[in-house]
Design a protein around this ligand. Structure first.
Ligand SMILES: [Zn+2]
Ligand SMILES: [Zn+2]
Length: 139
């Protein structure tokens, strides 16, 4: 996504939107897969030598719980701010990488299907959210 500096103004937001293909932007990661395109929208204004950008990203996700391995759907809905110093020798600011980095930084380190997912039994592999396995009752 390219921001045309000449179109930036101080009092009117410049709006841009794009659809991203998660594969093309290399955004899938283990347990975190996109089930459709990412809707990326930005609003940009100029403010004494810098471009202030508000980005919002929405996308359908297919996640895998890191405890019980169940897959489930989720909708990504994130907004974040980006700031770029305006260099008058540039005509455009390329902001894809900035948005991509923000997205990757916000990936959770642990994906859980529910906050207190009990996970799988280490001995028999039973899903402890759904059943109490024999290994447990024996202890
Ligand atoms: Zn789980
Ligand atoms: Zn068990």
């Amino acid at each position: 996504m390219k921001l045309d500096i000449s179109k930036l103004s101080e009092d009117r937001e410049l709006e841009l939107s794009e659809e991203w293909d998660a594969l093309a932007f290399d955004l899938n990661s283990p347990g975190w897969q996109y089930a459709g395109p990412l809707k990326v929208q930005i609003k940009a204004v100029k403010d004494s030598g810098i471009a202030k950008i508000k980005a919002s990203v929405q996308a359908p996700l297919e996640l895998m719980c890191s405890r019980c391995s169940k897959t489930f759907s989720h909708v990504l809905n994130e907004t974040f701010d980006l700031v770029y110093a305006l260099d008058l020798s540039d005509r455009v600011i390329e902001i894809d990488e900035g948005i991509r980095e923000e997205l990757l930084l916000n990936y959770p380190t642990k994906i859980l299907c529910q906050e207190n997912c009990k996970g799988l039994c280490l001995k028999c592999g039973a899903d402890l959210n759904e059943e109490k396995c024999k290994c447990q009752t024996r202890t």
